[in-house]
Design a binder for this molecule. Sequence first.
Ligand code: AKB
Length: 313
Amino acid sequence: MDTAILVIGANGQVGKVLTKALQDKYGKERIIASDIRKSEDTNGIFEVIDATDIDRIKEVVVQYKVTQIYHLAAILSAKGEENPLGTWNINVKTWLNVLEVARIYNIEKVFYPSSIAVFGNGAPRNNTPNNAYLDPATVYGISKVDGENWAQYYHIKYGLDIRSIRYPGIIGYQSLPGGGTTDYAVDIYHKAVLNERFTCFLREDTALPMIFIDDAVRATIEIMEAPAESIKVRTSYNIEGISFSPKEIASEIRELYPDFKIDYKPDFRQDIAEYWPKSIDDSEAKMDWGWQPKYDLYSITETMIRELKAQYE
Ligand code: AKB
């Protein structure tokens, strides 16, 4: 059967770049981008899907004879705390809908994005291992632990081939993240390029694991293309690009913008970050399916500033 890939949540930070990468790889006619609203810059096939509506997902899967699904729709950590029960409903219901559709229509492969938010106080903060204890402190984190376990359950019980990555904070220039605790690491570059002062909602020494968007999207496609037998972890894989604090990113930016000014006003997102790892052990992803990051803080900064300057000109 010809490959036909449905991307749910295609307007989001990862969805936008991943959709383009999949179109380049498989051809525009094989990628069905979808989100709750149509976006302005849709290029290729687009279907409006509210993923809480299982019948709508089924309709699109049947219409395009979908063979793979990437389910990216979710409410992130900071935004999720505004409405915990609503966040739970959306994050868990959409994922269960996708799993059920995948089971009913024998979807070949499914991708599920988990997050470093699955970790909490019970896990070591430095070099957090893949199989550390999971006791998340946000509703987003709880929904991701739940999602990972459902993924493994559908794999064991129904033989569904589901693959998953725990994303760290993602840094990219193509779109703004929305509602995350790591969003500061994108906003800071916009302010630098606009020659504006940046007020950071985390303390200067709050180190968190991060990854550049190109590495995140490449990892996503690589895990989906790896031979099934190399995927040994059926909950989710840790991956990391690099770990840094707001102070470190600001000092890297000052190499290019010596007058860049930052101040710190920690808010409720500081409390979320306190529970998260400072750095991640991604050796299982490296060993099982060959994960390898390419971008460090220097190359992320250089690329972000170059691309954002071009956008703002
Ligand atoms: C967030 O900050 O909520 C996300 C994540 C780490 O999953 N970027």
